[in-house]
Design a protein around this ligand. Structure first.
Ligand code: PMP
Ligand code: GLN
Length: 428
């Protein structure tokens, strides 16, 4: 039975903690729900709608069938086999000897790795430079620790931008954002949503500023294996004097097309990781054992096949390269201007040349791209994501004529999207 006086007492005071203020709205919930409500073809949310490769699925089945210990707790900061395989693999990639027990932390997806980084390293009043467009949880996670976000946008160098490569940071503008309060900078390469893959010179420019101002670099590299047209992913941690100050974040979900497993990791110097471990052990404490075992096995296989045509890190980008081209030509044929991504899951397209009468009062106060995405989902049955959500309020208006499409989808899904776009362009 409800105790009414007690309920009244509870309700008469502020229930929520202040850190929940201003971060309650989540655009992913809103746009994912909209896609579901209208049963739209979904090029919105970034996940593969195809299965992971057989060896990955088998690794998971083998783990589940691997005996009692696979169903019990494992080492708190990462299953021994996984931290070992991550250390071995990434020592080879970075050329730095990574200690599996000191320099690696396994988390519940890259998302939790980011959360642990901000919680462990940012204090109230610290400034965090965020490069735009950015995966939007960086903003809310900085807010939750009382940090101050400082934004700097990538901008297209030329007006007619056809590739993410022409979107660059102004070195002067970036340098002007560093102050004595700057604690960290967050970068994301390959970038979500733009698909930019930073070149070594660009990373060196960022690294020089980090070193000059004694600032940490949080480098979100969840799409590291997905680069196209000969572009190469470079780890900022591998540049001189950057290992000691870089927090590199990865995702088993993105690496092996199994986003639902939610296995992520952080690789960094032990003197940084130890603080993230403190947050981790006082919150989640432990990630599911079987999923960690499966990611470990998949990495061991990739280690053996590294650089060969059988490697999934070769096969997945090769497959997606084709789908990316298919989506780009479809967008072009209906008058949208795609910006060819150098890497990642997504392609953004300029929608400014298409004229749409939204005729929807419920969205009249929203930005142009949000109205467009809602209209396309509701009226045409195609779900996408507005790009302005990846910008700060101060820069949003400058970038509200782009929409993000995810091409990590079955051919059939891309065909269905193409049909919708063609019909629309023919006025049907
Ligand atoms: N960073 C970026 C740039 C992302 O796009 C995502 C979404 N997958 C994440 C982090 C979170 O990754 P995970 O699914 O491993 O938590
Ligand atoms: N990274 C994915 C995207 O950008 C998933 C987002 C999420 O899960 N919040 O679509």
């Amino acid at each position: 039975m409800i105790n009414v006086p007690l309920l009244q007492i509870i309700m008469s005071r502020r229930i929520h903690a202040r850190r929940t203020e201003g971060v309650d709205k989540n655009v992913w919930n809103e746009f994912t729900q909209l896609a579901a409500d209208y049963k739209a073809v979904n090029l919105g949310h970034g996940f593969p709608d195809f299965s992971p490769p057989k060896f990955v699925q088998e690794a998971f089945c083998d783990a589940v069938n691997g005996g009692a210990q696979m169903h019990q707790y494992t080492r708190v900061f990462g299953h021994p086999r996984l931290v070992q395989s991550l250390a071995t693999f990434f020592s080879r990639v970075t050329g730095h000897e990574i200690d599996p027990l000191e320099d690696v932390l396994v988390t519940v997806g890259a998302y939790q790795a980011l959360f642990c980084a901000f919680q462990a390293l940012i204090d109230e009043g610290d400034e965090v430079i965020i490069v735009e467009p950015y995966f939007n949880c960086y903003q809310t996670m900085v807010k939750m620790v009382g940090g101050k976000e400082v934004y700097v946008p990538l901008r297209p160098k030329v007006e007619e931008s056809q590739s993410s490569a022409v979107w660059t940071l102004s070195a002067e503008e970036l340098a002007s954002k560093f102050t004595p309060r700057t604690k960290a900078i967050v970068i994301n390469t390959p970038n979500n949503p733009l698909g930019k893959v930073y070149k070594t010179e660009e990373l060196q420019m960022i690294a020089d500023l980090c070193i000059k101002h004694d600032v940490l670099c949080i480098s979100d590299e969840v799409y590291e294996w997905l680069t196209y047209d000969g572009n190469k992913h470079v780890k900022i941690a591998s540049l001189p004097s950057m290992w000691e100050r870089t927090i590199t974040i990865g995702s088993g979900g993105k690496t092996f097309s199994a986003t639902g497993w939610k296995v992520g990791w952080v690789i960094s110097s032990g003197h940084i990781i130890k603080h993230m471990k403190t947050i981790f052990k006082n919150s989640v404490y432990h990630c599911p054992t079987a999923a960690q075992e499966a990611v470990a096995c998949a990495f061991e296989r990739e280690y053996k096949l590294f650089g060969s045509p059988e490697s999934y890190f070769q096969q997945l980008p090769a497959m997606l390269h084709h789908r990316r081209r298919k989506l780009a030509s479809c967008l072009q044929s209906v008058g949208l201007q795609p910006i060819m991504p150098e890497g990642g899951y997504f392609m953004i397209a300029d929608i400014s040349s298409v004229k749409v009468d939204f005729n929807d009062d419920s969205t009249k106060d929203e930005s142009y791209d949000c109205r467009f995405v809602k209209w396309l989902t509701k009226e045409k049955g195609l779900a996408t994501i507005p790009v302005s959500i990846f910008y700060s309020p101060e820069h949003r208006k400058e970038f509200d004529k782009y929409v993000r499409f995810c091409f990590v989808k079955e051919e059939a899904t891309l065909d269905a999207a193409e049909q919708i776009l063609r019909k629309w362009s023919q006025g049907k």
